[in-house]
Write a protein that binds this ligand. Structure first.
Ligand SMILES: Cc1cc2nc3c(=O)[nH]c(=O)nc-3n(C[C@H](O)[C@H](O)[C@H](O)COP(=O)(O)OP(=O)(O)OC[C@H]3O[C@@H](n4cnc5c(N)ncnc54)[C@H](O)[C@@H]3O)c2cc1C
Length: 432
């Protein structure tokens, strides 16, 4: 079986950026030809949230390459140039392209690595491949759409698998019910409910706000309840001094702080990334409710300070037990569809790496995103997008992606050099 110098799990923006960073240092690391395994049949960036009017929440300059290498041919500007839209884009006068356009940019970049990515296979586990009491390689097991299992051996691993839908406890028993859907599958799932009349959207973030507006436009007569615990919808703070927490060098600062200080930093700036839709979007929602008041209409409701206490499925719909947190009063409401815009968890790498448990500690990572292992584990394992606790709020976003992949590239190169040095020493010792 072929042994790959590097296997990447997932081929979203993080690993595409890594493919670019490694390609651009090919002369420094000629042996570091990676392969990537992606569960989707072809590249797509959060395809079920590519809503009509959605746009980027970070500047296009935080693309796959610019901050690491502004002269790269993989920048968003070069993409526009190749597509013949650079001047038109300049005339748009925006830093925030539509998500449709950014998806097209990412797909364009991904297409340059067709020979490096195996699409349509989901990695199901990573096992240690032991030789003489040491983990020499990693055996990466994946499953294709037909159910066949494939295995590949890698010297190093980079896991960039994004988040997994976070389903609140009250809804876990309804996971198989098509009337309860998570925002991650929104477009695909809502298409199955062309006649929904009563819909609940649970959540207070960008996705909840976008979905509320999409449903408002999609159904001429449906009644939509926007349900959240918060007292109001707060906008994201992207003012310049606050935005500095998303600068690449802020990662050094966060990483160097003691754990309790890091926790305090995350709490202080939590609202720059979570439960904070764009101001423009909040204003659109406010306008919808205002126009209802003008018409004396109560089609949609903003159920702020409301908590979903339980959820029950019957043949006529999903019944939510709601508690008004101000009055303490409880009431039940029946819905045809419930949309959970309740975010993502970032723990799945632990499940995939579980067979390596004897060689891993608490999944803590070094500054260069490498999981700490025992000395018996030779392969280096890197995490992208699962290091918010140690590296800060930018970790799950695009903000530092290009710089981070440069750092991982350096670390991989150093690892390879160290392995070659040790191999040479062992060879010399054998000859002596
Ligand atoms: C709707 C939405 C909009 C967003 N907009 C912005 C934005 O404007 N700006 C910003 O900075 N951030 C945004 N984000 C945050 C988002 O996390 C990043 O933009 C970016 O997608 C992170 O890239 P990634 O490659 O780390 O993760 P992902 O984009 O999630 O990619 C992970 C990839 O791994 C694949 N995968 C997962 N598990 C496996 C497995 N077991 N085997 C094989 N493949 C697997 C997935 O199919 C996916 O393609 C948004 C997130 C969402 C959900």
């Amino acid at each position: 079986m072929q042994i790959h110098p590097l296997i990447g799990i997932g081929f979203g923006p993080s690993n595409i950026a890594l493919a670019i960073a490694l390609k651009e240092r090919e002369c420094a690391s000629p042996g570091m030809q990676p392969i990537f395994i992606e569960k989707q049949a072809r590249f797509a960036w959060h395809k079920d949230m590519l809503l009509e009017h959605a746009h980027m929440q970070v500047s296009f300059l935080k693309d796959l390459a610019t901050l690491r290498n502004p002269t790269s041919r993989f920048t968003f500007i070069n993409y526009l140039h190749e597509k013949g839209r650079l001047q038109d884009f300049i005339n748009l006068k925006t830093f925030f392209p539509s998500r449709h356009e950014f998806n097209d940019y990412l797909a364009w970049a991904a297409s340059k690595f067709e020979d490096r990515c195996i699409y349509g296979q989901e990695v199901i586990e990573v096992l240690p491949e032991e030789r003489n009491g040491r983990v020499e390689w990693l055996r990466v097991r994946s499953r294709d759409a037909q159910g066949s299992v494939h295995e590949r051996l890698g010297q190093n691993l980079v896991m960039s698998i994004g988040g997994t839908p976070s389903i609140p406890e009250q809804f876990k028993h309804l996971r198989a019910d098509a009337r309860v859907l998570h925002s991650s599958s929104y477009l695909r799932s809502i298409a199955g409910h062309p006649k929904a009349l009563r819909i609940a959207v649970v959540g207070a973030g960008q996705s909840a706000a976008e979905i509320f507006m999409d449903l408002h436009g999609r159904y001429a007569t449906a009644e939509i309840d926007l349900i959240m615990r918060a007292r109001s919808i707060r906008p994201s703070d992207d003012s310049p001094f606050v935005n500095e927490i998303f600068n690449a060098d802020f990662v050094d600062h966060v990483y160097s702080r003691p754990q309790d200080e890091r926790g305090a930093l995350l709490r202080e700036f939590w609202h720059t990334n979570y439960a904070c839709p764009d101001l423009e979007l909040i204003e659109s929602i406010f306008k919808v409710f205002y126009e209802q008041k003008v018409r004396g209409d109560t089609r949609h409701r903003f159920l702020r300070r409301h908590e979903v206490q339980d959820a029950r499925a019957t043949s006529d719909g999903i019944h939510l037990g709601l508690q008004d947190l101000n009055s303490g009063i409880r009431h039940g409401v029946r819905y045809d569809v419930v949309v959970l815009a309740t975010g993502y968890g970032r723990e799945h790498h632990k499940t995939l790496l579980a067979p390596l448990a004897p060689y891993l500690g608490d999944f803590s990572v070094s500054r260069d995103y490498q999981v700490r292992t025992t000395p018996e584990c030779k392969p280096a394992i890197f995490l992208q997008g699962a290091c918010e606790d140690s590296h800060g709020l930018s970790d799950t976003l695009l903000s530092v992606t290009s710089v981070r992949t440069g750092e991982i590239g350096d670390a991989l190169l150093a690892t390879q050099e160290e392995k070659s040095r040790v191999a040479r020493m062992e060879q010399l010792a054998l000859q002596a």
